[in-house]
Design a protein around this ligand. Structure first.
Ligand code: HEC
Length: 118
């Protein structure tokens, strides 16, 4: 990277100034990198991969099925398989002292899963 140094010397004039720029450059790099990675891992809508992610049913699904693991994509299973999977999850909730799904939550989750199942 000698040419970078030469270029900097040519445009800035003094070896001293360049030395301090190079010395503090890593300090400026840290927030710059944080900013870049922050944009790359879009934290605004982490569930954008789900179909109809903005609907109320999707909201209930995300809330109730994303507490112990990542929210599974509804295309993973058939409607029938979701039915038994949600029954298994009822047991997992119980074991971990999670409150059971209310009837209205269950209805919204099941209709969301059925609508988007494979
Ligand atoms: C109380 C914690 C908890 C909640 C809440 C929960 N799960 Fe699970 N889930 C688990 C555990 C633990 C496993 C690991 C496999 C097992 O126990 O059968 C799992 C596994 C799964 C799997 C299989 C993952 C795989 O890799 O094959 C699916 C699909 C799933 N859950 C869907 C759901 C859905 C849908 C809901 C919401 C109705 C839900 N989970 C809510 C604890 C939970």
């Amino acid at each position: 990277m000698v040419w970078v140094r030469r270029l900097l010397i040519a445009s800035w004039g003094s070896e001293m100034k360049i030395h301090s720029i190079l010395k503090y450059a890593p300090v400026a790099l840290v927030p710059a990198l944080l900013l870049l990675t922050g944009c790359a891992f879009n934290t605004e809508n982490p569930h954008a991969y789900l179909p109809d992610a903005q609907t109320e049913a999707a909201g209930v699904y995300i809330e109730q099925c994303g507490g112990c693991h990542s929210v599974p994509h509804p295309q993973r299973l058939s409607a029938a398989a979701w039915k038994s999977m949600v029954a298994v999850m009822d047991k997992r909730r119980d074991e971990r002292k999670y409150p059971p799904l209310s009837e209205s939550q269950r209805k919204k989750i099941m209709s969301y899963l059925e609508a988007h199942a494979r």
